[in-house]
Each structure stands twice: as structure tokens, then as C-alpha cells.
Write a protein that binds this ligand. Sequence first.
Ligand SMILES: Nc1ncnc2c1ncn2[C@@H]1O[C@H](COP(=O)(O)OP(=O)(O)O)[C@@H](O)[C@H]1O
Ligand SMILES: [Mg+2]
Length: 406
Amino acid sequence: MNKPDRMTVATWKISSALLEVEDLEAALTNTLEVLSEQLNAAGGAIWILDEATGIMHCVVSTGPLDLTGITFENGVGTEGLVVSTEKSAFFAETEKAEAFEGDIFDDQGFKTRSLICVPLNDLKKTIGCLCLVTARDGETFAEEDLKISEHTASLAAMVIDEKGLKVNLPPEKPVLMELKDITKEFPSGEEVLRVLRGINLKIFKNEFVVVLGESGCGKSTMMNIIGGMDHATSGSITLEGQNFSVPDEKALTEFRRSYVGFIFQSYNLMPNLTARENIQFIAEISTNPRDVDEALGMVGLTDRAGNFPSQLSGGQQQRISIARAIVKNPRIILADEPTAALDFKTGQEVLRVIEGIVHSGDTTVLMVTHNVEIAKMADRVVKLRSGRVSSVKYNEHPLHADDLVW
Ligand SMILES: Nc1ncnc2c1ncn2[C@@H]1O[C@H](COP(=O)(O)OP(=O)(O)O)[C@@H](O)[C@H]1O
Ligand SMILES: [Mg+2]
């Protein structure tokens, strides 16, 4: 097919896809499918910008991965870059393009060599963007594909404008903590190691957040900063709306004692104290502790109160360490790979306890894991890559610990 023909055929097919369907979401999905077929793409997505927050929300996607529910900060992600400049983009070699720092969506098994990203411009402004990834078999897109995509995007924007697209935003909960442009550098010989490179994250009250990311991407470093165990190099933190960027020692100690509970991969129980005494010890130095027996009950180990750690299984020891965290009555629990050392069954018992904490009170849980199956339990999944938040996904229907399989 020669060039004008291809363009005409694509335009005609896409116009029909967009205009003939009553349901806008179905029409947009259909449009992406037709466009992908015409351009020999593996999949695509339409992102809509929420002006109030500056967050880009994926509203429809086609291809091997469901990206709907994933959000990006405008100006940070690949999509944001394009929308903030309001220019189309065509990257033939995404591996080499600085904007991607490698593969996009690599943490979800999505690799692309070639990417098109075009803004959705309605009459007044940019309302979002349309992206297409990976021409099959390692092929890259051509300039003409970009033109067809631009044309489609302007048609889509018109239709969205006319029919009105409601972005299904999750209910906004009150913010517990907010990190803005948090960076962390460690000296490394003559150089500095830039571990966190501008983390922006809101943590809401009483939510369950799972943090994913490859080993070494900065998850533990971020958790330590959130927990007041380490200082950021730059950036700001607010705690319930108050500036908490440079707290004095007294405020920080109080914060660690009463506000935060920690759970680590290793249980760090004191071997010469019984289970109950391990919990009691923390309760005594807390400002507003829970009842020790209530904490033991919450982790289902009332009958093991008198046992020493060496008399408990790994999963039971981890549950005691959870009881030790919750006895403080903390506002936030930071759990860094709490199930990494456990097998499936005991890991699931621990997750059941953590789930119970989120559901029974107003505690927020931030949990690092490398197990993507566990992420299905979360209200939100935050992915880190190279020291930045690479995506945030809302789970409309989080799974229960009992429903997980790995
Ligand atoms: N105290 C430290 N001093 C120097 N480098 C550190 C320190 N803590 C962490 N790092 C480095 O920062 C990077 C991120 O570490 P970390 O946050 O532990 O990653 P993750 O938990 O995602 O696996 C790693 O390269 C690690 O070696
Ligand atoms: Mg870690």
C-alpha cells in the first residue's frame, strides 16, 4: 500500500471506531486496537491528565498489559514529558533515549524498543496523551506512524471533549505524609552515589501501600527516611500537613517512638526475653501504647506469650515482631520485606495479620516486597525505579491474603 492510502485507510477506520460507538471507553479501546493493528504496534494506552493533582491516569489500554489504574506524575514519566511540552514524540531506540533510562515498564515485563507519544489536545489545552509501544519483532515506528497517531489523538480529543470522559479517580483519603523531591546521596569514595533522585509520594491515612522495585533501587533508603531513621539529602516532608523536613532530635525521637512501627525481614527479637516481654519492653517506652495482650491477640499468638524466640517458628517470630510494632499504636507501619525469609504458608499468615491491622484501625501500612503477587493485596502499588517513583497503581479490588498464590 502506498503512503496516502495507508493514511487514509487508517484515518477512516479510526474515525469509524471512534464515532460509531455509544460507550466512550469502548470507543477509545476500539480506537487503540485499530491503531495498533494499522501501525503494527503491540499495544497502546490513553492517559488523561487530572488537572487538580497534575497526575496522569491511564484510562484505557490495549496490548499485553493492563495499564489502567496506573498513574504518573505529569512531567516525570515518559508520558508526562510529552504532555508538559505539548509536543509529539517518537523514540526509535528507547534503550538509548535518556527519558526512559532503559526499558519502560520493565518491572512489569514490558519492554519496548520504539515508542510514540502524542498529546491529546482539545480546543484549549492538553488533556492527556496517547501512547503506543513496540512495533513487533523489534521493528521501530516510522515518522508516518507518528502522523497517523497525531491524527488519531486529535480525533480522540474531540470525541472526549464532546462526550466528556470521567476519570475514575479513587476516593482521596486524608494525607498522612507527603514526600516532595526527596533525594538521598551517599558518599562513595571520591564520588557520590545518588540513591534517591526526587521521590514524590503522598501517603494517605489508613491505606495499604506496597512498594515494589528491583534490588538496589532505593526502597529501604526511602523507608528509612520515612521512618525518621535517616535524613534526606534534600527535599521536604510534611506530616499531617506540618513541615517535618528537619525535625529536632526530640520531635524525631518522639516520632520514632510513637508514630512509626517497624517490621524487618529479620525479626530482631531479644533472645533472652519471652514473646510477651519483647512486646512489653516496647510498650513501656511508648507514649500511647496498646495493651500488650491485645497486641498478642491481634497476631494470634496469645498462647505463645511465655515462649522465647528460639521456641517459635520463623513465621511466629515475625508475628511477634509485628505485635511489637503495633503495640506502640503507631500511625504508620513500615514493613521492609517482612515475608522474604518465610515460606508461602507462614508468609501468608504474616500477611493476614498485616491485612488485619489495616482493616481494623486507622493505621497505614507501607510494605516493601519483591513479590508482585503480594502487591495484589495493596490499595496502591508504588513502583520505584532508579531512585524515583516510576508508577503508582490503584487497586480497585485488593485481594485478601488468603486469595494469594505464589
Ligand atoms: N548507608 C549507605 N551507604 C552507602 N550506600 C548505601 C547505604 N545504604 C544504601 N546504600 C546504597 O544505596 C542503594 C540502594 O539501597 P537500598 O535502599 O537498600 O535498596 P533496596 O532496598 O531497593 O534494595 C544501593 O546501591 C546501596 O548499596
Ligand atoms: Mg531493601
